[in-house]
Design a protein around this ligand. Structure first.
Ligand code: PLP
Length: 505
């Protein structure tokens, strides 16, 4: 009856809402969009990995604020013509830069469903929140965490790491830190990580009010794992100087070469020293799904908190970061804040406390859990684990090709799915930097760079489930070709350089 009434009363003003005038038209347009995006993934190999943006295309995105409506089909045309061709390229199997996931059609469809429901996961009593809690339960199982552990979806590991630092801060200083700030007690707190840790840890210490100098970056061994003995010494030194160590951040998969710290040793040290043990597992933590990698993550189950990204090795479309905290009460103590307009009840829509907004800084939150739920259920963890193992096998294949090629030099031991190497030549840093840009601009592949011991490395991180040996071969050919072009004058000299012995893995 309500529906009939509304239709009658608003008939004359049917265009005041934002709903379409014709659902049939938008349905047809929607089906075209869906087909196009499925084709995009299906035929991605026909496209360049990345395309430099022409000035006139960039210029199009500086137009005036649109005051008047445009037809959906027209706006969609702009999307297909000027946005799609100039995307990052990480859907493409030739994308090997940084650590980017490839996404899946399943994830894409789930994201559409989430937008259709338009659920707000800050709180209240609805099933989308139970879906998120289901993932929290699955993460407890996956990482061997207790029932009291809590978890929450966030944008990415940068945010999850920051939140972990804040939970560690509450643990060290008590809940009053939230009213009084870190004060004098907080000023002497120090945290520890390795020189190979991600830059967002430094940023987190800064944002949390400690200042980045309160973070000690401990040296690493030749496999880029934190030197636990040096860490122990530094903690002792700091204690004797009146500092108060409170947090150690271990890495499960460093961003430059994919090193995994000795998590067991770190967890034991943290237990002895009574320090919060956080693990940045942005991309490596999901390695637990690969039977070959899981043993190397031993000790992860003892962490106080783990940050990870489903949008990297988990192949969930951006963004889907996650924080898991062993002690759910500490987690809530760090973020929950009463507010009259967020009053909780035991029944009705305001039931179901605690809410996700009690576990992080966000109030309104999207339904990131849905695309993750679809991904985990549709593929199952065994298949996802097999993809992870396969990316490591492809990295080993790339390593073998580099070792067999006298014009190339491996720059770091390959431990997971990341390979760092360079073309042997005079002025190697300049030339290898140019080679990477040449390859990116060619559309053949998209590696990135890093600096290892002052040497610029071509860095290939194999994360995308679509990547195959032919993509590795294409990368090698491109490096050799652009390398020869860039250093044609000193080729003879280069080939005489003796090959360094292969690095142990
Ligand atoms: C990607 C990454 C981060 C940052 O995660 P975001 O999801 O990009 O915020 C942090 N640490 C490591 C080791 C990473 O690989």
């Amino acid at each position: 009856m309500t529906k009939a009434l509304c239709e009658a009363s608003l008939q004359s003003e049917s265009s005041v809402t934002l709903d379409p005038q014709s659902w049939d038209d938008i349905r047809a347009q929607g089906h075209r969009m869906l087909d196009d995006m499925l084709d995009y993934a299906a035929d991605i190999r026909d496209r360049p990995v990345w395309t430099p943006i022409p000035d006139e295309v960039r210029e199009r995105f500086h137009e005036a604020l649109p005051r008047q409506p445009s037809g959906l089909a027209e706006v969609y045309r702009e999307f297909t013509d000027f946005i799609v061709p100039y995307a990052t390229g990480n859907v493409h199997p030739g994308f090997m830069g940084w650590v980017h996931g490839g996404g899946t059609a399943v994830g894409m469809l789930a994201e559409m469903l989430a937008a259709g429901l338009n659920a707000n996961l800050g709180g209240r009593d609805h099933i989308p929140i139970e879906v998120e809690r289901q993932i929290v339960e699955w993460m407890r199982q996956m990482f061997g965490f207790p029932d009291e552990a809590s978890g929450i979806f966030v944008t990415g590991t940068s945010m999850a790491n920051l939140m972990a630092v804040l939970v560690a801060r509450t643990t060290a200083l008590g809940r009053s830190v939230r009213q009084r700030g870190i004060g004098e007690g907080g000023a002497s707190l120090t945290a520890y990580t390795s020189t190979a840790a991600h830059g967002c840890i430094t940023k987190a210490m800064d944002i949390a009010g400690f200042g980045s100098e309160a973070l000690r970056c401990i040296e690493v061994d030749r496999f880029h794992r934190i030197d636990v003995t040096a860490l122990r010494v530094r903690i002792a030194l700091d204690r004797s100087a009146g500092r108060k160590p409170f947090l150690v951040v271990g890495s499960a998969g460093t961003v430059d070469i994919g090193a995994i710290d000795d998590l067991r040793a770190l967890s034991e040290l943290c237990r002895e020293e009574q320090l919060w043990f956080h693990v940045d597992g942005a991309y490596g933590a999901l390695g637990i799904l690969s039977p070959a990698l899981a043993p190397r993550l031993a000790g992860l189950e003892c962490a106080d908190s783990i940050a990870l990204d489903f949008h990297k090795w988990g192949q969930v479309p951006y963004d889907a970061g996650f924080l898991l905290v062993r002690d759910g009460i500490r987690h809530r103590d760090t973020f929950s804040a009463p507010a009259a307009y967020l009053r909780r009840e035991t029944r009705g829509l305001s039931a179901g406390s605690p809410w996700p907004c009690d576990l992080g800084p966000d109030l309104s939150r999207g339904f990131r859990a849905l695309k993750t739920w679809f991904t985990l259920k549709t593929y199952g963890t065994e298949r996802l684990g097999a993809i992870i193992s396969r990316t490591c096998a492809l990295a080993a294949y790339l390593e073998a090709r580099i070792v067999a090629e006298p014009r190339l030099e491996l720059l770091a031991p390959v431990q997971l799915n990341i390979v760092c190497f360079r073309y042997r030549t005079a002025d190697a840093n300049q030339v290898n930097g140019d080679i990477v840009i040449d390859i990116q601009e060619s559309g053949i592949a998209a590696p990135s760079t890093t600096i290892l011991g002052g040497q610029l490395a071509i860095r290939a991180a194999i994360v995308n489930h679509r990547t195959d040996t032919c993509d590795i071969d294409a990368l090698i050919s491109a490096v050799l070709e652009f390398g020869a072009q860039r250093s044609s004058s000193d080729d003879g000299l280069v080939l005489e350089v003796e090959r360094s012995p292969p690095l142990a893995t």
